[in-house]
Design a protein around this ligand. Sequence first.
Ligand SMILES: NC(=O)c1ccc[n+]([C@@H]2O[C@H](COP(=O)([O-])OP(=O)(O)OC[C@H]3O[C@@H](n4cnc5c(N)ncnc54)[C@H](OP(=O)(O)O)[C@@H]3O)[C@@H](O)[C@H]2O)c1
Length: 264
Amino acid sequence: MSNGLKIGVIGGNGWLGRAIIQSLLDAKLTSPEDLTLSHTGERPARFEGAYWTRDNQQLAGRSNVIVVSVRPADLPALAVDAAGKLLISVMAGIRLDELAVHFRSNRVVRAMPNAAAEVGKSYTPWVASEGVEDRDRFIVRSIFDSCGTTDEVASEGDIDYLTGLSGSGPAFPALLATAMMKDAIAYGLSPDIARRAVNSVLIGAGRLLERRNECPADMVDAFLGYRGTTAAAIEAMGAAGFDAAIAGGLAAALQKSVSMGERS
Ligand SMILES: NC(=O)c1ccc[n+]([C@@H]2O[C@H](COP(=O)([O-])OP(=O)(O)OC[C@H]3O[C@@H](n4cnc5c(N)ncnc54)[C@H](OP(=O)(O)O)[C@@H]3O)[C@@H](O)[C@H]2O)c1
């Protein structure tokens, strides 16, 4: 990456904004001096050397790549002319054509990281407008490679679907873990033991999948093959509607993403 890359992050003090900035710095994709970050309240005491501002137009003037990481509900109040800049939005639901009009840029990218960017393990699909050039694609890939794994996908429909699947994804194992903890505590385990047991299962299962790099269904099949306790649990969960609950949840997320992008 050339030293000329100046990145601005609108909403740099938010959960995702902070995670992306830290990933960029960890990967040495940029230096703090080339970062302009915006906030609304007190000047945040993080990312020493970066330039913090409440003036998003000033941020745009100092940057050649602008990442928009505010909540979708805050978009209407955000007036920034980003003509001539590469604009990357991580906002759920907001479509490329709306981004292009709102920020007056024909080089816009809609990306969907997830909360695991905080540990450099996000999966980040993205889609680009027609005006996006090869050099822009290289920059987008570099930014999201620094946060984990990334793919350019074929359509905005794919982004809407993936906003549920992977953008919201880190919440789902947490939901599973919460249900497991509730059951363990109802059984009589102490909350401390239950939390340690359940958190260890999630972390260990993630590492196993990472190490083996296999299809999750192969891991399920391997456990089913014992015809023991795991198979008893999996079959009872399936009979209680596990797959249907997941499919229903993902359909609700897709619908929400599409509706968030519909102009009033
Ligand atoms: N968190 C996730 O897992 C995740 C995953 C994928 C995509 N996203 C998307 O990422 C975006 C940010 O999410 P988040 O979780 O990081 O939310 P967040 O923690 O609430 O961060 C949003 C930040 O935007 C700031 N902000 C709002 N208006 C601003 C303005 N005009 N100028 C400068 N900063 C402004 C807020 O500052 P104040 O609080 O001071 O107003 C806040 O720090 C959302 O659009 C969301 O859809 C999030």
